[in-house]
Design a protein around this ligand. Structure first.
Ligand SMILES: *[C@@H]1O[C@H](CO)[C@@H](O)[C@H](O)[C@H]1NC(C)=O
Ligand SMILES: *[C@@H]1O[C@H](CO)[C@@H](O)[C@H](O)[C@H]1NC(C)=O
Ligand SMILES: *[C@@H]1O[C@H](CO)[C@@H](O)[C@H](O)[C@H]1NC(C)=O
Length: 396
């Protein structure tokens, strides 16, 4: 009796173990890689203020300021440790979505692509997708309509399959067919949770003088938000994207007044572009600026810093970038315009070494993002907005 009883208990345990395993693998597909199983649950909380970070892979995420991060768009390889960690901080981890728009004109193809992405997101316990399609699309073309449908159907599928998930879409700094991206911006905004406005690469099409200029000049950046809002896009759907990189331009000639003329490299119809320069990370510029020819110079018109240096062969280069001063000025407008939040391309490119100067510079960059939120909570206008600004005159 005793013996049989033990057998029965063992059989019962085995039965429930098998049943559990069956349910687990059947319903959830994959084993949770986190130490605490609940960290595999997707984030459901609504985020009031977004700090949207693009991560391009590697280990830099370990040094991010996690008191600020709300969403990480994983543009590098999937890292289960990052997923567990982000969830432990209440932050979302979203997939990258990129596909040929012309292939998405076919509805069956769209459905297949969306299913694939939802399945992948679930398998990796992720919280949504960031659609990064930077292709040229003609106004009112089949691709124009297909793109909006793709965003709408992706959002519906993600919201249905992963409750609380977030679908975002990356747009150029301005909705005015920049880089021939003539998308249905209003339709796309309505169809997803948020637009990440890439307020950088603003010299991708230079129509005037072919000279080195700021990556994200103040007026040009903010005027474009007015354009988005004038299209009746809800400001709460817009996240301001700022650059954590700059452009290094070799100067063909360097004038007495410090103007750097650059090589003509056409882009999507424009005679000149920032492709004449090379993108460089904030960390590299910070190592170079103090010992450069000019040191840091503040350009009052574009409200951005730059410096000049001489390369090994003797050619002058001009480097334009963003730093805490230029970023805070723009970030103040996140509040003023009532936007959803702020973010950057990309989180990896600060100096996360333990050099004390670098550590301070890195923290200052993270803190500059919060110029936006600090003004919300305190209700006090930032110092910068008390100065007269051309943008104020334009907006009012
Ligand atoms: C998210 O929601 C859960 C459950 O409602 C709550 O316990 C948690 O504190 C929230 N987290 C954040 C970061 O607000
Ligand atoms: C469907 O998508 C594939 C690529 O994913 C593409 O090669 C094919 O042409 C597309 N079909 C249609 C009808 O657009
Ligand atoms: C560069 O100069 C600035 C201003 O004087 C200083 O705060 C910073 O620490 C210097 N950077 C480095 C890397 O020494």
């Amino acid at each position: 009796m005793q013996h049989t009883g033990t057998m029965t208990a063992a059989a019962r345990i085995l039965f429930f173990t098998l049943l559990n395993a069956l349910c687990f693998y059947g319903a959830f597909g994959d084993t949770c890689p986190c130490k605490e199983q609940e960290l595999c649950q997707q984030i459901k909380n609504e985020t009031k203020f977004e700090v949207f970070v693009f991560d391009v892979g590697g280990q830099a995420w370990r040094y991010y300021d996690w008191s600020k991060v709300t969403t990480i768009a994983a543009f590098g390889q999937y890292d289960p440790e990052l997923m567990c960690f982000a969830h432990s901080k209440g932050a979302r981890l979203v997939l990258k979505g990129d596909v040929s728009v012309s292939a998405m004109v076919d509805p069956t193809n769209r459905t297949t692509w969306i299913k694939e992405k939802v399945t992948l997101a679930k398998k990796q316990f992720m919280d949504g997708i960031n659609i990064d399609i930077e292709q040229a699309v003609e106004d009112q073309s089949p691709e124009f309509f297909a793109l909006t449908s793709l965003v709408k159907e992706t959002t519906e599928a993600f919201h249905r399959e992963i409750p609380g998930s977030q679908v975002s879409f990356d747009v150029a700094w301005s909705p005015k067919c920049i880089d021939k991206r003539c998308y249905d911006y209003k339709g796309i905004a309505d169809a997803c949770d948020l637009l990440f406005v890439m307020s950088y690469d603003e010299q991708s099409q230079i129509w005037g003088d072919c000279i080195a200029m700021a990556n994200a000049p103040y007026d040009q950046t903010l005027t474009a938000y007015d354009q988005y809002i004038k299209m009746k896009i809800d400001p709460k759907k817009l996240v301001m994207g700022v650059p954590w990189y700059g452009y290094d331009y070799p100067c063909l000639s360097f004038s007495q007044a410090g103007v750097c003329s650059i090589q003509e490299v056409p882009f999507r119809g424009a005679p000149c572009s920032d492709a004449a320069g090379r993108q460089i990370p904030y960390s590299d510029m910070m190592k170079q600026v103090n010992s450069s020819m000019s040191g840091r110079i503040w350009d009052k018109k574009q409200q951005a810093p730059y410096y000049n240096y001489k390369a090994a062969g003797g050619q002058v280069h001009q480097v334009w970038y963003d730093d805490p001063q230029s970023i805070s000025l723009k970030a103040a407008y996140v509040t003023k315009l009532g936007l959803r939040g702020i973010g950057m391309w990309n989180g990896n490119i600060l100096d996360y070494s333990n050099n004390p100067v670098a550590q301070q510079q890195t923290q200052d960059m993270w803190d500059a993002l919060m110029t936006a939120r600090d003004t919300v909570s305190s209700g006090v206008a930032p110092e910068s907005s008390s100065r007269p600004m051309p943008h104020d005159q334009q907006a009012t």
